[in-house]
Design a binder for this molecule. Structure first.
Ligand code: NAD
Ligand code: UDP
Length: 340
């Protein structure tokens, strides 16, 4: 029998790619999303790729009654992947309560509804931000967590703890906490991708928008870090690889894994900002005008993942070549530019 999965935030960037991966793996998907940072067009994109449009409930996870009603309609679900969250670090500093209310209020409602309707498996979108500035690299799942440097980061640390306490209290519940490094790229079909609101905060969409001529130049934040070339280093992971890890995580729980399991999702490779710009230029043949700008407050000089636990336990690893990921990001940008 087909197993149904509730995907909160499933109309968004990572959620829509995960909906594709789930449907291709034979799961039925129901998306819960309030479309605060996405459009339902992404679900049409999922349909063009897989032949099936996910079921869709336009609801806000912070609305307790609406969540209970939606869970009641989908009480046959076997698991939840909880993506729904606000994610702009700078905005979270300006509007902390909005972030705590949305990201933690939504999570609490989901956990309550899961208990009420006996849906016992949850995958949670966490982030490498929980490691702060790690003492040793690469970061493993055992790397000590550090106090978050933004309310957004706090919602991830707190979200992990809320889930741990809930599973502790409810032994039939299971959770996988996935700590994403830097997701980039789009589906190779060009049907779905990242749709940043306004001026992008993140490097990848800023690069593609600059290449498309929407932005005059890219500001490279800092060239004097204590890294091999002086630029910040991150672990850029293809969003389709990331999506595949969610399917592996669900199968791990549905296969009987107990308690709370934590996995880093990265490539295991560090890439500097300048290396990413150069790799983009050679993958696409398009120049990215840039200027060196001052360091951005709060940026970690370097972080990349030890992702060997996910390979060992889930049988998952990132396989997409960076060139292909960058080409997919560019294909998506061109498509978005054409439409606007
Ligand atoms: P996104 O904004 O594209 O997707 C999030 C989706 O959740 C959106 O469709 C939005 O409309 C929805 N949403 C937000 N609040 C909601 C609410 N209260 N009720 C219902 N729907 C709601 O973001 P994304 O990049 O796909 O991120 C997905 C998850 O991964 C988030 O939890 C994010 O914090 C986490 N994450 C993202 C990154 C990244 O770089 N993209 C890195 C680490 C962790
Ligand atoms: N970055 C940059 N210019 C930009 C956006 C980002 O130089 O316009 C750098 C940023 O300083 C960091 C890296 O790109 O070193 C990744 O930043 P992003 O915001 O994409 O992800 P983060 O790792 O901060 O979550």
């Amino acid at each position: 029998m087909t197993q149904k999965i509730i995907v909160s935030g499933g109309a968004g960037y990572i959620g829509s790619h995960t909906a594709v991966a789930l449907q291709n793996a034979g799961f039925e998907v129901v998306v819960f999303d309030n479309l605060s940072n996405s459009k339902s067009d992404s679900l049409d994109g999922v349909m063009r790729i897989t032949g099936v449009r996910p079921l869709f409930e336009q609801i806000d996870c912070t609305d307790t009654n609406a969540m209970r009603d939606a869970f009641a309609r989908h009480r046959d679900a076997v698991g939840v992947i909880h993506f729904a969250a606000l994610k702009a670090v700078g905005e979270s500093v300006e509007k902390p309560l909005m972030y705590y209310r949305n990201n933690l209020g939504g999570l609490i409602n989901i956990l309550d509804a899961m208990a009420e309707f006996n849906v016992n498996n949850i995958v949670f979108s966490s982030s490498a931000t929980v490691y702060g500035v790690p003492e040793k690299l690469p970061a493993t799942e055992e790397t000590p967590l550090q106090p978050a440097t933004s309310p957004y980061g706090s919602t991830k640390v707190m979200g992990e703890n809320i889930i741990r306490d809930t599973v502790q209290a409810k032994p039939n519940m299971r959770a996988v906490l996935l700590r994403y490094f830097n997701p980039i790229g789009a589906h190779p079909s060009g049907e779905i991708g990242e749709l940043p609101n306004g001026i992008p905060n993140n490097l990848m969409p800023y690069i593609t928008q600059t290449a498309a001529g929407i932005r005059e130049h890219l500001n490279v934040f800092g060239d004097d870090y204590d890294t091999p070339d002086g630029f910040c280093v991150r672990d850029y992971i293809d969003v389709n690889d990331l999506a595949a890890a969610h399917v592996a995580a669900l199968r791990h729980m549905l296969g009987g894994a107990q308690g709370v399991n934590v996995f880093n999702l990265g490539t295991g490779r560090g890439t500097s900002v300048m290396e990413l710009i150069r790799a983009f230029e050679s993958a696409t043949g398009v120049k990215v005008p840039y200027k060196i700008a001052p360091r951005r407050a709060g940026d970690v000089p370097a972080i990349w993942a030890d992702a060997t636990k996910a390979e060992r336990v889930l049988g998952w690893r990132a396989t997409t070549a960076l060139t292909d990921t960058l080409a997919s990001a560019w294909r998506w940008q061109q498509k978005v530019s054409e439409k606007n």
